[in-house]
Design a binder for this molecule. Structure first.
Ligand code: HEM
Length: 364
């Protein structure tokens, strides 16, 4: 007797354990539940980037002689090329914003606590990778703004003793930003970063499934005080997933609107022999670091100021990576919240300062 397709497939693909896990997955309901949507939003926007990026690859050419012209061709001649390129550029910005909102929520809700240390650490790496996507993608249209911003951005590493010059030469593919840099950053942007990101993302998502969604300590405490009341929860499929999909549809509509009304600009072609025009700045999410480097004095107590800034950033980065092991009790969680607010205010202030003084001061 012929088998039904469902039985045939089940025999070859044991999906029952997966279906069972999905059936039992729930999302806690409390006043901060809205923050559970940001990881999924980041994931959706990553999907948009992979899809639109693959389409751009059909026409883009990664060389100093052809990159700018190929993007111009995509924007003016390829049917819907302008839409795909503008969505890719806008979605990159939204993805950084969503990943950052997700990161902030994990900090303030203390979701990094035991047993989610590895979920957190894989997340910190994902945030770094998201920023690396932004940095490497910025140069690809080979326009003036990106060219000079990449020159300034890659030069920062030269402040590091011993290995600084090597890092600069390695990232640029030579002593200066040239066509070799473009080809190199292209390879990193379309092959190396997607490969690493996909792998770490799978680990991150698997860990989220293993541990389930966390409950903020404040909510846990109020439940205990309520005589051990049980928290309400929503089934992940279909209730939470449908809400997530609604959010993704809104994001897609927003992207389409932004692309249609504010197509991503191309600017003038990069000319390495021209002096840097005024107002060269990196993408908005790097502005605060750029401003810190601009303000720091050339030397502090005889030490290179830029080196001090780079080292301070490295220390903060390490502390963030190991946060679950540093913030282990209620008192330390309060300190993390205060430091979190201070860091947010500092970054917002530096970003505002960079925007307001755009083009009015020398490059760092
Ligand atoms: C490419 C970037 C990222 C993607 C696509 C992503 C995706 C997700 C998804 C889908 C979830 C489950 C839903 C949710 O809690 O929002 C999640 C949870 C989580 N993520 Fe991420 N994430 C990313 C970056 C990060 C970053 C930067 C951090 C923090 C350093 C982080 C830490 C966590 C933690 C601790 C959880 C568990 C939350 C809980 O149990 O309440 N993730 N992530």
């Amino acid at each position: 007797m012929a088998q039904s397709p469902a039985v045939w497939l089940k025999e070859r693909l044991p999906i029952d354990p997966v279906a069972e896990a999905v059936r039992h997955k729930t999302v806690p309901l409390h006043r901060y539940s809205i923050w559970y949507y940001f990881g999924g939003m980041t994931l959706f926007l990553f999907g948009v980037q992979v899809g639109t990026g693959a389409l751009l690859l059909l026409y883009y050419r990664p060389s100093a002689g052809e990159a700018y012209e190929s993007v111009q061709f995509i924007m003016t001649r390829v049917p819907f090329g302008w839409l795909i390129r503008s969505i890719h550029a806008w979605s990159a910005n939204l993805m950084v914003a969503a990943a950052f909102a997700h990161f902030i929520s994990v900090v303030f809700l203390h979701s990094y606590r035991r047993p989610r240390e590895l979920t957190w650490m894989s997340g910190v790496v994902l945030l770094g990778l998201t920023l690396a996507f932004g940095f490497t993608g910025y140069l690809l249209p080979w326009n003036e703004l990106a060219f000079f911003a990449t020159r300034v951005g890659t030069d920062i590493a030269s402040a590091i003793p011993l290995v600084g010059e090597f890092i600069v030469t390695f990232t640029r593919g030579g002593p200066d930003v040239t066509g070799a840099t473009l080809t190199r950053l292209f390879g990193v942007h379309v092959a190396i970063l997607p490969m690493i990101t996909t792998t770490i993302l799978l680990v991150h998502l698997a860990l989220v499934q293993v541990h389930g969604m966390s409950i903020p300590p404040g909510i846990e405490k109020s439940l205990k005080e309520d005589g051990g009341a049980k928290l309400r929860a929503m089934p992940f499929v279909p209730h939470f997933l449908l809400r997530e999909m609604f959010g993704w549809t809104v994001a897609l509509a927003l992207l389409a609107g932004l692309a249609a009304f504010y197509p991503w600009e191309l600017g003038a072609k990069a000319d390495p022999f021209k002096p840097a025009p005024a107002g060269i700045q990196p993408e908005w999410y790097f502005l605060w670091m750029f401003q810190v480097l601009k303000l720091i004095p050339p030397t502090i107590a005889g030490i290179n100021g830029e080196l001090i800034a780079v080292l301070a950033l490295a220390v903060v980065g390490l502390a963030v990576f190991f946060l679950p092991f540093l913030s282990t009790n209620a008192r330390r969680q309060r300190i993390v919240r205060s430091l979190g607010w201070a860091a947010l205010l500092f970054m917002a202030f530096m970003t505002a300062m960079a925007v307001l003084t755009r083009g009015s001061a020398a490059q760092p």
